[in-house]
Ligand binder design. Structure first.
Ligand code: ZN
Length: 422
């Protein structure tokens, strides 16, 4: 080994050591992930007060990290929401019980109800052939539930000939290739089940269902907010945000929401630890928002009821979908802050953190949105992995999510925030 390569080797060892001293506590990361995704948190939604349990857990983590509260003694900022929930679901096809969450979900605007009856299929053939349509209309005897493929949905809803049978159906079953759940604030229509094509019994004839549904009105949810005081400019604020809420429960099933967004929430906690041990010149604020999945209501409430003037936010960085990263990241709002985006990319390149960071136009798809609307400079970053396809389904679990680039992203964000506070 030449002297030159030895020196390179020593430099490499020093480099490794430097990384190690700064590496974050992945054991703590996994523990927080596991807890936030556990059934005890009920999918961090509104049935069984999952949102409140998650918020209390995060407030404890903020306390442990050494954050200060804006409100006396409390990290919680309360607000009220309306949200439609489904505490009980039963769906039997030809006597076979399907499993909520994994076999089927329900459209969030559905009302409750129960019925037994026949299945009435609307197929491509029925749509194309008026004679077949008449046959279907004639075959109606008593209570029925319409069944059709997702690809036919808009044609059926737009076809005036189907209006009478749409008005009298007890429910609808839409056959889907993939289940993607969401939430709504109100209930407007009879139950609309979305059933996986592969789980729907072939040529089934009968249905029996019961949907217990409740719109929770004036339900009290909360944001969790803490900060580290800046040493030189405490009245300037760099803000990290991540929503902690998820889709809650669907009867017996619950949505763990590992990637969306236990991952961003845990990153928020880790950054809180870092900045409280390394206090910068500016104040750094950590906001874990509730009710993001319900029309961004938590961050919307904060923007209308801020703890300090929004103009004093030098930059806001929103983290949502942080559990992977094999294919890099995308940054919403990159196109309106091109210089700051270049800065982020340069820090990423220098540190060799993520394989790529792609720019995206402003989009109303997470908690940065209402801040952006008020003129607060903000990015929303999400990580990407083409192999991780679980989004708003019951399989977005702690066990499945990779956390492959969690540590690298952590270092990228520290580098970026520190550069923004120089
Ligand atoms: Zn989501």
């Amino acid at each position: 080994m030449s002297i030159f390569t030895t020196r390179i080797f020593i430099v490499f060892i020093i480099f490794l050591f430097a990384l190690q001293t700064e590496a974050q506590d992945m054991g703590r990361v996994r523990q927080h992930m596991q807890q936030l995704c556990s059934e005890a948190m009920h999918g961090r939604g509104y049935i069984s007060e999952g949102d409140r349990k998650a918020a209390d857990y995060i407030a404890d983590a903020f306390q442990t990290a050494g954050l200060k509260a804006f409100q006396k003694e409390s990290f919680l900022q309360y607000f009220e929401i309306s949200v439609n929930t489904f505490p009980g679901l039963l769906l039997q096809i030809d006597g076979k019980t399907l499993e909520a969450g994994s076999d089927y979900i329900i459209q969030p605007i559905s009302q409750g109800g129960r019925a037994q009856g026949n299945l009435l299929y609307i197929t491509q053939e029925v749509l194309d052939n008026p004679k077949a349509q008449k046959r279907v209309m004639k075959s109606i005897k008593s209570d029925y539930v319409l069944v059709f493929d997702e690809t036919l949905q808009s044609r059926i809803f737009e076809n005036i000939a189907f209006r009478p049978i749409l008005q009298k159906t007890k429910a609808i079953i839409v056959l889907k290739a993939k289940l993607t759940a969401s939430m709504a604030q109100e209930a407007h229509i009879f139950p609309i089940f979305e059933v996986l094509k592969t789980k729907f019994p072939k040529k089934a004839k009968n249905i029996n269902f019961e949907v217990k549904q409740e719109v929770l009105k004036n339900y009290r949810s909360q944001n969790v907010i803490g900060y580290v005081e800046g040493r030189k400019h405490p009245d300037k604020f760099f803000v990290f945000t991540a929503h902690y809420d998820h889709l809650g429960r669907l009867g017996e099933a619950y949505f763990p929401g590992a990637n969306d967004n236990a991952s961003g929430t845990v990153m928020l906690i880790e950054l809180a630890h870092y900045f409280s041990q390394n206090p910068p010149d500016h104040s750094v604020v950590f906001m874990a928002f509730g009710a993001e999945e319900v029309a961004l209501l938590g961050s919307r409430y904060y923007v209308e009821n801020p703890y300090f003037p929004l103009e004093d936010i030098t930059f806001l960085f929103n983290m949502d979908i942080f559990g992977t990263g094999k294919d890099g990241a995308t940054v919403v709002n990159a196109t309106i802050h091109p210089e700051i985006f270049e800065k982020l990319k340069a820090i990423n390149k220098k540190g060799g953190y993520l394989p790529q960071i792609l720019p995206r136009e402003p989009t109303a798809n997470s908690d940065h949105y209402f801040f952006s609307q008020k003129g607060v400079p903000a990015f929303f970053m999400y990580l990407m992995d083409s192999n991780y396809t679980h989004y708003h389904d019951v399989e977005d679990t702690y066990e499945r999510v990779t956390l492959s680039h969690f540590d690298k992203t952590y270092h990228l964000l520290i580098g970026f925030a520190e550069a923004m506070m120089e």
